[in-house]
Design a protein around this ligand. Structure first.
Ligand code: SAM
Ligand code: SF4
Length: 333
């Protein structure tokens, strides 16, 4: 399909990928993501499901090819399957792909419905396969339902990618077993470095484990070969020479990925952020409520002019404030 007016930012980057946060709420409180007493947005400020679908359609009309539903925890939002269906209708008609990122706690209930809505791939966050450690990292989570959710997703025909945040002193010894476990089950695996987003109780420098270190840990056992694959985001891919397994490494702090960035994010309250690590934004909710869907189109053009060249994350300084005040759960990871 040809798009007469694609979304192109001031640096010539074409925007084809949108992450939609459908809620800032979550049933977990992962230590690196949000504090135990996280305050959530009052409900009237949150977009309705219809408003989220309308915003998704405005992006699709401008040539966006991939949409990811995220949060917070997207599967705690009531009516999530209705929303997935409303957006899923566009798959193959402008949209190449609708995906979802989840903590997996509710996945067993929703896996089949997500597949029926047109979703074919899910990312599930899993930082540990040890029940006690899992509880310590997520603070409110239990491992067993997540593992059941992952199995249900697979049974429903969804491709599963595991996201594992590398946490110094917490899960280094699970990195190699996680790689083997994912290979045995046919799951993709991506490692993520902690990013300085939002306030949490701990100093993130205490948990910061550079992925160069993760690679070093793995290379004591297997041969890793870099590949040229890119998805327009911060992930870089390596292959395990012995097995062909693909591993993703998301290293926003140690690697500059911004020059090929193809994505923007919309929060659950309708703020369109042009960069995960910057404040540049356009408010879509009130515009939509006051002027209707037609007003969104011009707002997307205004937003393109605001997309910054890149982020400036730094995590090295102990005790430094987070690079941006909002957590990943607000902007939509
Ligand atoms: N609740 C869902 C989940 O956990 O998959 C979706 C939202 S969560 C914000 C998306 C991803 O961001 C998860 O893989 C999580 O581990 C990661 N994440 C959250 N805060 C982060 C941070 N400060 N640094 C790095 N990754 C983070
Ligand atoms: Fe919730 Fe996901 Fe943040 Fe964990 S990482 S607290 S599951 S939003």
């Amino acid at each position: 399909m040809a798009f007469p007016r694609p979304l192109v930012d001031g640096f010539g980057r074409r925007i084809t990928y949108v992450r939609l946060s459908v809620t800032d709420r979550c049933d977990f409180r992962c230590i690196y993501c949000m504090p135990l007493d996280q305050r959530f947005v009052p409900r009237p400020e949150v977009l309705t499901l219809e408003e989220i679908a309308t915003i998704a359609e405005a992006f699709i009309a401008r040539g966006v090819r991939r949409i990811r539903l995220t949060g917070g925890e997207p599967l705690v939002r009531r009516g999530i399957l209705d929303l997935a269906q409303a957006i899923g209708r566009h798959v193959g008609r402008g949209l190449d792909e609708l995906t979802l990122t989840t903590n997996g706690s509710q996945l067993a209930r929703f896996a089949e419905g997500l597949y029926r809505a047109g979703i074919r791939r899910v990312n599930v966050s899993l930082d540990s396969r040890d029940p006690e450690r899992f509880a310590r990292i997520t603070r409110r989570g239990r491992l067993a339902p997540v593992l059941e959710g992952i199995a249900a997703a697979r049974a429903a025909g969804l491709r599963v990618k595991i996201n594992m945040v590398a946490l110094k002193g917490l899960n280094e010894d699970e990195i190699l077993p996680m790689m083997h476990w994912c290979a045995a089950h046919g799951f993709d695996l991506t490692f993520i470095e902690t990013m300085p987003l939002g306030w949490v109780e701990e100093d993130r420098t205490d948990r910061y484990l550079p992925l160069t270190e993760v690679r070093r840990l793995l290379e004591a056992h297997v041969t890793l070969v870099p590949t040229a694959e890119r998805t327009g985001g911060p992930a870089r891919y390596w292959r395990v020479a012995e097995t062909g397994q693909r591993l993703g490494f998301i290293t926003p702090l140690t690697h500059n990925f911004c020059e090929t960035c193809n994505r923007v994010r919309v929060t659950a309250t309708g703020t369109l952020y042009m960069c995960l690590g910057q404040e540049d934004r356009v408010e879509l909710r009130d515009l939509l409520r006051q002027k209707g869907p037609a007003a969104l189109d011009a707002a997307l053009d205004r937003a393109m002019a605001l997309k910054p060249r890149g982020h400036d994350f730094v995590i090295e300084r102990r005790g430094a404030p987070p690079a941006v005040k909002r957590s990943m759960s607000v902007t939509g990871g």
